[in-house]
Design a protein around this ligand. Structure first.
Ligand code: SF4
Ligand code: SF4
Length: 417
């Protein structure tokens, strides 16, 4: 690595050094409490997957270039040179961490591995060593935001074709629009994922609740966040923020996508609308009597997998359980309790990387498969697209014999007219 490249990368590192990050980099006592916390280590038993080991690679670079002792006497400061070998280690560390933050809950100092890994991911981007497909997908999303007029009509035509399937789930009066779009003054903007499965059931529930809603032109997923690029993350988010402000909505509701929800919640705190997950909105409809659900639709024992970005990192624990109480009489909680739930193993961009990561995803989530098996359920519910894909893969790989379902589709299928 030439000195200019190294200097550029160190500048990126420097920009990440706010007070929280400095605290995380300087506080680890190597107490070892987090050792068993990471699902990757618990499943595979390799030291390189202990969370404290992951940050040590970043910390040693920090010691070499940002701490006086590391600069003067590297061996004492355990300083590490930033070179190609270091980049390879950073890649392995960052792209085997799902950012689930389970280790943070165990650490007595609350050290946030996901934050520390954000330095690793940023250095990889600076060195053009990140997974290229994630950057390409992020750029495609950004381009879509710049050229809304080009695809608006065709998108609306495509959405129109889904309306008959929405009406099959919830009958409407003649002349009513099953999937409203571009409605200025709507109360709620719904941001879905690409694909009918994310739009049809939710549209039926909104209509059943009599919601004054409108569908976003943009998909919720934020590939900028997966690849750890703050600029791309913000640009992808801005498309939705601008749309919400243009339509003057009071609430932005994010579909079953954990990362999209966490990013919107964290980065849109000062906006003139509130941010909700679809799970929170559905629980609210049930509580206020706006929708009624038929519990006889679901047979057999049921459990719920908390998506890390919605529950541990987004604070939504109670709402899915409240909804499930209205859908089944046989809900079985996983052990350990939700705050300490094992990650499904698919976050941090790993599911988005598809077949390339499949073998690792299966091996690193053995503890998740065991956790599900112990419940003895036949239905496994979740509220995140990434988790749903990963849990389906685990179901096949470990022959769990469960039916993996989206919570939103279950609500739509149980609507009482
Ligand atoms: S629990 Fe916290 S302080 Fe202890 S080794 Fe892990 S990261 Fe370091
Ligand atoms: S954030 Fe999750 S995946 Fe990453 S080290 Fe911590 S427990 Fe492991």
């Amino acid at each position: 690595m030439d000195q200019n490249t190294r200097n550029d990368l160190l500048q990126l590192f420097r920009e990440k050094l706010n007070s929280a990050m400095t605290y995380y980099l300087e506080t680890c006592t190597r107490c070892g409490i987090c050792t068993e916390a990471c699902h990757v280590y618990a499943s595979m038993g390799q030291v390189k997957h202990i969370s404290a080991y992951r940050h040590e690679i970043v910390r040693r670079i920090y010691k070499k270039y940002f701490k006086a002792r590391g600069k003067v006497w590297p061996s004492v400061g355990e300083a590490k040179e930033l070179n190609e070998t270091a980049l390879e280690e950073l890649y392995e560390s960052a792209y085997s961490c799902t950012g689930c933050r389970r280790c943070m809950v165990y650490c007595p100092f609350g050290i946030d591995t996901q934050m520390i890994m954000s330095i690793a991911k940023l250095l990889l981007i600076g060195a053009h060593s990140e997974p290229e497909i994630l950057t390409l997908l992020a750029d495609t999303s950004i381009e879509k935001g710049k050229s809304l007029d080009l695809f608006k009509e065709s998108f609306m035509e495509g959405v129109k074709k889904l309306e008959k399937d929405v009406v099959k789930k919830w009958k409407m009066e003649a002349g009513e629009t099953a999937i409203p779009m571009d409605v200025v003054g709507a109360d709620l903007l719904f941001v879905a994922l690409a694909g009918a499965h994310s739009i049809i059931p939710t549209a039926a529930v909104f209509n059943a609740a009599g919601e004054h809603w409108t569908l976003s032109f943009f998909e919720a997923v934020n590939f900028g966040a997966f690849v750890g690029d703050p600029t791309r993350t913000q640009l992808i988010l801005d498309r939705i923020l601008n749309e919400a402000k243009r339509l003057k909505v009071k609430e932005v509701c994010i579909c079953e996508c954990g990362t999209a929800f966490r990013v919107m919640k964290q980065l849109a705190a000062d906006q003139p609308f509130k941010v909700s997950s679809i799970t929170e909105v559905h629980a609210r409809y049930i509580k206020s009597g706006r929708i009624k659900l038929d519990p006889s639709k679901l047979n057999g024992p049921v459990t719920y997998h908390d998506p890390c970005q919605i529950a541990r990192n987004g604070g939504v624990f109670d709402e899915p359980r409240y909804i499930l109480k209205h859908l089944t009489n046989d809900f079985r909680e996983m052990s350990p309790e939700p705050k300490y739930n094992w990650c499904c193993g698919g976050g941090g961009g790993l599911v988005a990387l598809g077949e390339d990561t499949l073998d690792f995803r299966m091996k690193s989530a053995r503890v998740k498969a065991d956790q599900i098996k112990t419940t003895g359920v036949t239905t496994l519910v979740t509220a995140c697209e990434n988790c749903h894909t990963q849990l389906n893969n685990l179901n096949d790989h470990y022959q769990l014999g469960v039916n993996v379902k989206f919570l939103t589709s279950m609500v739509a299928d149980a609507l009482m007219q």
